[in-house]
Design a protein around this ligand. Sequence first.
Ligand SMILES: Cc1ncc(COP(=O)(O)O)c(C=O)c1O
Length: 474
Amino acid sequence: MLTNEPNSLHKLEPCAEEMQLLIQQAANLVINYLSNITNEPASNISNLDSHLTEIRKPISEQGLNLDKVLPLIDKHVIRCAVNTAGGTYQAYIPGGGIFASAVGEFIAAATNRYVGVWSIAPAAVEVETSVIRWLCSSVDYPESARGILTSGGSLANFSAIVTARRALLPENFFSGIIYASDQVHASVQKAAMLAGFPSANIRVIETDKQFRINPSLLLTAIEKDKQANLTPFLIVGSVGTTNTGAVDPVSTLVDIAKENNMWLHIDAAYGGFFVLTERGRKLFKGIDKADSITLDPHKGLFLPYGTGCLLVRNGELLKQAHQVGASYLQDLDLTEDRMNFNDYSPELTRSFRGLRVWLPLKLYGVASFRQYLDEKLDLALWACEELKKIPGIEIIAEPQLSVVAFRYKPKTGKLTTANKKFLELIIATQKTFISSTTINGEVILRIAILCFRTHLAEVQATIDAIKSAIEIDA
Ligand SMILES: Cc1ncc(COP(=O)(O)O)c(C=O)c1O
């Protein structure tokens, strides 16, 4: 029966005191965890079955109090994992997840502002737009550039490929060919596939000794395809690669793309934010001439997972690739100079991602991020020098950014088997968490330093774990 009297429907709308309590209890969990994070094991996935049993308990009709649910989250969810927020996490590509960004995310989610179109929340859209403007200025993009915040680098690469396709190819685009190095991130292949390209339309270009794309092989491949009446239209460069942090020669790629009327996309999901440092700026020279750039704030800006970014030099082309009108949006102010993110992105309804980037930047300023990023570059150089001192360790790639690739060379036995076992021994220490990859059929180990909580002590712990693994294996 409908009535204005308070009834059981109040449950989804806690009163002010109940909200305070909810927040306080949740904040206690988080603060307790984060203030002790340096003492947490690097990974802790033991007794998995008991944790999963707790999580799988059915959702009840009547619900539980938060003080019953929070310990479940704390003990069985947060602590049963690889500690991806900790400085010990030096695998894949870390970031850490700065607290101020989580606070921004909480405010955005709790107030639930709608940022798909300008006129519903113009100021919230402006927050996101000003983040995009700042990102564009960081790579020296012109005023005409536009961008979107995405869920991550994969979706940014996807929108980039669709934008390049729409800008340069006809509706029937099956003659279009994409070029990338043998070190490009798998999300580029996935994006091409999702954008409709058969795998036969992707050319894998070999890399040099430092794992950077070989420009003369790229040119040869482009020429060969032209002669076969195919349409070379997109080059994807990396700054840097996930495997070894290799930085492709951006200026050369800019020239090749220009001479051949092709689109140059730079996947800077891992390394892009090093552009804030002097060393990164030098290394990425020419990036301002790329047609599009993927950045990943949940890596190099240390944000919690869930924020990527695509910037497009000629913003109009990003819009042309994504804009589709709809009659039910006709009441909205869709004036051309308003930023309606839904015209630039695959999403209509989207979370207010801008706040989780904007708040930490406002609070700490760009200089703080630059300082942390510079520290990561120094730590990678330091780790490489320490590794060189360890007998039995061979450096595979000196750090161009903040990844060091190396392998263990045992006195006897197969390299692949030995390195897999070696990695297990390192991880078993629970003092560090690193990962492996395969290059030219060989298993390689890598230390990836990008979490804002990774400092000298944490990298020293990795070096110590490597030394102790060698002793055990000897
Ligand atoms: C170079 C590079 N590109 C793209 C991606 C994909 O980004 P995401 O995991 O945010 O989707 C990654 C992820 O590690 C990466 O390192």
